[in-house]
Design a protein around this ligand. Structure first.
Ligand code: OSB
Ligand code: MG
Length: 380
């Protein structure tokens, strides 16, 4: 039983079953950031079923609570005990109402966002329209960049960059941290003077490092992503005043209110929107709409998603404010074999062509998912 009764909508989404699965997927190569390395993903997939349709969502929480407060296991508990009871037996009028239902749950947006996204996919499938159309997207082809983790040495990083540029990607983001920053960027810039280049620190610095961070200005980066604390706006505003380089916020932006405050205080000039981090399509659209009106460019971040989360990111990226290349790349950069068909592919121009199929627009390979599943619970 839910811990709170919610008045039932009279019409609505006839969801009669929700399935949680945890799948394990080894990455084709380890991915290292300032907060740690990942070699195998533990991903919670959400399947919502009703009227013969299945909607799919992906929880983007990491294995460790080092990017934000969530992890694979906390997400499972929040979904099971608090989010799923708010949907089952208390029908929603539409997926657009789901985020509001979850508002009483503080934080844990990646958990609720996985279910929210599944509900949008289900609604799009029940209407036989593509998800991107249901959310109001219009771009038919989206620009792609790559995020390259911390490497053993600069030589390997340079080799990776060469490979990605040969594949067509439009911009390169490298991960930085103290000890893997200025000297590395120096060598990258020397070799690739015209590359659209950016750096992501995942909160590895403090305002005390401002003089050091100021030296990054000479690399004319497109942006410096989340240099300071994961929950900070004020120090970012102070730092932005020091820097020529635009700051892009990732971790710090969890709600549209954060986006408003960041923009009002000049804490950043660009925002990375991640579907999971903000709790799904409704809050992602709110942030997008606010940024579009405020003329703040946005782009779609990534969380090493399987094909399901990747397909959601593609749909999100079709909104008009997504003007900068996102971290939404081809399946094969991450997986030996993805969980969708066809896999996500990137053109030689570094774009993804948006598919026109209903819902997420890719077929979910249930057989592959079942092979990868280590736990499964069915709620009805
Ligand atoms: O900060 O953008 C980030 C991956 C895991 C956690 C945080 C981040 C990332 C990435 C990878 O940069 C983006 C991707 O290729 O999915
Ligand atoms: Mg980031």
């Amino acid at each position: 039983m839910p811990d709170v009764a919610i008045p039932a909508a009279n019409t609505g989404m006839k969801i009669d079953q929700i399935i949680l699965r945890e799948i394990r997927m080894p990455l084709v190569a380890p991915f290292e950031t300032s907060f740690g390395a990942t070699t195998q993903r533990r991903i919670v997939l959400v399947e919502v079923k009703g009227e013969g349709n299945s909607g799919w969502g992906e929880v983007t929480a990491g294995e460790t609570p080092f990017y934000n407060e969530e992890n694979t296991d906390t997400a499972w508990i929040i979904l099971k005990d608090f989010a799923i009871p708010r949907v089952l037996g208390q029908p929603l009028g539409s997926a657009a109402e789901a985020a509001e239902r979850f508002e009483a749950i503080r934080g844990h947006r990646m958990a609720t966002g996985g279910l929210e996204a599944a509900l949008w996919d289900w609604e799009a499938k029940s209407k036989s329209i593509p998800l991107f159309q249901l959310i109001g997207g219009s771009q038919k082809e989206i620009p792609c960049g790559v995020s390259i983790g911390i490497q053993k040495n600069v030589k390997e990083l340079l080799a990776k960059i060469r490979t990605e540029l040969a594949a067509g990607y439009q911009r390169v983001k490298i991960k930085i941290k103290p000890g893997w920053d200025v000297a590395v960027l120096e060598r990258v810039r020397k070799e690739f003077p015209r590359l659209r280049l950016m750096a992501d620190a995942n909160s590895a610095y403090t305002l005390a490092d401002r003089a050091h961070l100021k030296t990054l200005d000479r690399f004319y980066l497109m942006m410096l992503e989340q240099p300071l604390a994961h929950d900070d706006l004020i120090d970012h505003a102070r730092l932005q005043q020091w820097l020529e380089t635009p700051i892009c916020l990732d971790e710090s932006i969890r709600t549209v209110r954060h986006a408003e405050q960041a923009i009002e205080t000049n804490a950043c000039r660009i925002i990375n929107i991640k579907l999971g981090r903000v709790g799904g399509f409704t809050p992602a659209k709110q942030i997008h709409d606010y940024c579009l009106a405020a003329k703040i460019p946005v782009w779609c971040g990534g969380m090493l998603e399987s094909g399901i989360g990747r397909a959601h990111n593609i749909a999100l990226s079709t909104l008009p404010g997504f003007v900068l290349p996102g971290d939404v790349a081809a399946s094969k950069r991450y997986w030996q074999q993805d969980v969708i068909q066809p896999e996500v592919e990137v053109t030689s121009e570094g774009t993804i062509r948006v598919t026109e199929g209903s819902g997420i627009g890719y077929e979910v390979s249930l057989e592959r998912i079942e092979q990868l599943t280590v736990r499964k619970e069915i709620y009805s």
